[in-house]
Design a protein around this ligand. Structure first.
Ligand code: ATP
Length: 112
């Protein structure tokens, strides 16, 4: 399997995007205590920004469509979901369909 180098360390720009636009194909294994702790922090406007933004992989389709996937940040993602967040802070990492294939294999959509 090729080595995948997809990380946001060098990306400084943080965006706010609709949570509903982010696909998460895999069910995470969770430490419930950590999720609850993150929910507490994220629901406190004074402290929420101490939690780093989610890394979101962004694919632009052949006809210009935008597709967003989140594979990591399981606990932050789940905490935000349970809080009913409408908008979330993310770092966008633009990747190709080939990179997504490393995660999704044969079920990688034909992005348009
Ligand atoms: N109360 C808290 N509990 C856990 N993490 C916290 C808390 N407050 C702030 N953070 C920060 O939130 C981030 C959580 O990232 P972490 O990698 O531990 O979990 P995750 O990315 O949400 O899930 P996973 O790594 O399991 O996919 C860390 O940068 C941590 O410093």
């Amino acid at each position: 399997m090729p080595r995948i180098s997809v990380h946001s360390d060098v990306i400084e720009e943080v965006h706010e995007m609709p949570f509903s636009a982010i696909s998460r194909p895999f069910i995470p294994e969770l430490d419930e205590k950590k999720v609850r702790s993150l929910m507490k922090i994220l629901s406190d406007p004074q402290k929420a920004e101490t939690v780093p933004p989610l890394d979101v992989l962004w694919v632009i389709g052949s006809e210009g469509g935008n597709y967003y996937f989140c594979f990591g940040g399981c606990h932050r993602y789940t905490a935000l979901k349970r809080l009913g967040a409408e908008f979330v802070r993310v770092k966008l990492v633009q990747v190709t369909r080939e990179v997504l294939k490393n995660y999704l294999g044969g079920s990688t959509p034909d992005f348009k």
